[in-house]
Design a protein around this ligand. Sequence first.
Ligand code: ATP
Ligand code: MG
Length: 436
Amino acid sequence: MSQVLQPVRGMKDVLPGEIGLWQKLERTAADLLASYAYAEFRVPVLEHTELFKRAIGEYTDVVEKEMYTFVDQGRDGDGSSLTLRPEATAGMVRALISNGMLRGARHKIWCTGPMFRHERPQAGRFRQFHQIDVEAVGFPGPDVDIELIALSARLWRLLGIEGLALQINSLGTPAARRDYRGLLQQYFTAHESALDADSRRRLSGNPLRILDSKNPALQELIAAAPVLTEHLDPESREHFAALRGALDELGIAYRVNPRLVRGLDYYSRTVFEWTTTALGSQDAVCSGGRYDGLIEQLGGEPTPAIGFAMGVERLVTLMKNSGASAPAGAPDVYLVAQGDAAQRRGLGLAEQLRDAIPGLKVETNLGGGNFKAQFRRADRSGARLALILGDDELQRGVAGLKPLRSADGGAPEQQQEVPLQEIADSLRVALAADNF
Ligand code: ATP
Ligand code: MG
């Protein structure tokens, strides 16, 4: 097949047959977020490249090698550099600033949609993937940190996802981090010959990122490095202790992982990650943390904030693994109409039924066809009932109602004739009947 007819590498279609679990996840999350008083926020997928560089940080995998960046050309393109969002926080914060929404106000907001990262595609890792992103802006915590983690734990329960493990850490204040960064720099400089090229580059830029390295050859060196939680400022230490105490009280199990620094530069104090062992090396399903300095750094007034993002594809896979079923897409009723008058009447009848029974799924036979062809379509649609309208029935003011399948796999019941006047009631009775 020609290349034009293939999806772009690392990008995936979600087919109607798979969409049920996506919708279940999206609806469950939207309802849950509403129940914690979070409002949906929609921001563009394109932003100025500089926004991501400043927000995420130059010495991160995302900015160094994963961004889809291009020059805005064309009729009124101004030659500026634009980037498809690799994550949502930067755009959300930009939107709060450019819409003048900060000014001491507090916002609990969320967004969902595609993110783009130019990384090596593999199972659970795509170049266009989706996140649900939650942000609480203007809250210093730790209460909101705790609530966010409880919210995520509740979401796993609602989705029937088991076996996720929570790791937490504290990165302290920027000042404490600066001191710690000096310590790390000393430590890794003393072992510079053992570092790989990426880590050597990060040594002067952001040595904390070396702790994030997945290179097996570096793990021993990393394990022996100074630990940030032992160098926290007193306030961050208290903040972290309050978080741990509350998680204990709520019965949410966690592990303190002093190596958890998260890939993005903007974090401070609380960071956390939910991981699974069920997806191979793509083990992170939800990660986030506090970013108290980011908003000021981007030009807004100093505002504490915390947020997290979950990976929709990975969660959908976990839902599938747990045997979750999605609401079936099959119609309740397939309307078979034969003859000119019946076909004309059929569309109106379907509209009437949709008025009478809200939520009823009616598929009308479109494009004509003889009885046999229409019944074949009715059968393939997965509908439970066929409603049959012919010119002859129409004249007598009746329609045929034929069960197409029974719940116990036995033979469906016989077709019956019902007055058109009572059709909605007959449908209600037939659909409620036990034998479906
Ligand atoms: P990873 O360690 O897997 O690269 P990350 O630390 O880069 O993850 P974040 O930037 O924290 O990920 O994004 C939040 C979530 O988005 C991740 O926990 C993961 O579930 C999901 N995610 C990140 N990158 C991808 C991707 N390329 N494809 C699919 N999901 C992804
Ligand atoms: Mg990554």
